[in-house]
Ligand binder design. Structure first.
Ligand SMILES: [Zn+2]
Length: 84
């Protein structure tokens, strides 16, 4: 029983942190409509248009391209293998 409560507490804490992070982005870009309703950012990124098949916001997913993080990871491994 207490395990379920701790899972819920962890989930609520995570959601609050996600909203806080997206609020910081929305504030920096001056998105006032999102600042008035912060819980909209629980399942939606601040700079995302909301369409999951959007070719501008989700080009990595739609066109199956590597993301910026994946490119950095691959680049790091290439330099590591060349040095050793
Ligand atoms: Zn979009």
């Amino acid at each position: 029983m207490s395990d379920d409560r701790s899972k819920k507490a962890k989930r609520l804490h995570h959601t609050a942190n996600v909203i806080k992070k997206q609020m910081r982005i929305a504030k920096a870009f001056g998105l006032t409509h999102l600042l008035k309703q912060p819980h909209r950012l629980a399942k939606h990124h601040a700079l995302d248009c909301g369409n999951p098949k959007c070719q501008v916001c989700h080009s990595e997913k739609v066109f199956n391209k590597p993301t910026f993080q994946e490119k950095k990871f691959i680049q790091g491994h290439k330099t590591d293998s060349q040095n050793s």
